[in-house]
Design a protein around this ligand. Structure first.
Ligand code: ZN
Length: 137
């Protein structure tokens, strides 16, 4: 399961759970993801990443697609620079860190939806890294 922070065209923020990122894309593509406040299906993923506070700039205007892509690239670059890639060991290592078996440090890696779900069930704080935005033409 992946929790996405979402925002509608009227700037209502809400969270929703999806089986995986593909499920979100499919549902959103068919306008099946709607805002609980106003029912709008013009919904976008908000950025979720360590070090990025959406509360920091409450006056932030709506980002253009270009600015959004740029922001996502910066987040990705930051995550790649500041974390150690554990690859498929990520779920085990994250759990060991959570339980204090190894020293906590910033890591990234891969996890299946089931592994993500069990980590969240264990109370391990994890966040999805935003996918690389498409290149502009
Ligand atoms: Zn709304």
């Amino acid at each position: 399961m992946i929790r996405y922070a979402l925002k509608c065209e009227k700037d209502h923020s809400f969270d929703m759970w999806f089986a995986d990122s593909g499920t979100y894309d499919t549902l959103a593509g068919r306008s099946l993801v709607s805002c609980p406040d106003c029912g709008s299906t013009d919904v976008r993923k908000a950025i979720m990443a360590p070090g990025i506070s959406s509360a920091k700039k409450s006056e932030t205007p709506t980002l253009s697609p270009r600015a959004m892509a740029e922001a996502i690239r910066k987040v990705r670059a930051h995550v790649m620079r500041e974390t150690t890639d554990m690859g498929r060991d990520f779920p085990d290592e994250a759990l060991r860190m959570h339980e204090g078996d190894v020293e906590a440090r910033p890591i990234r890696g891969e996890a299946t939806p089931d592994e993500v779900k069990s980590l969240i069930d264990e109370g391990v704080p994890i966040l999805p890294v935003p996918p690389e935005p498409p290149k502009e033409n």
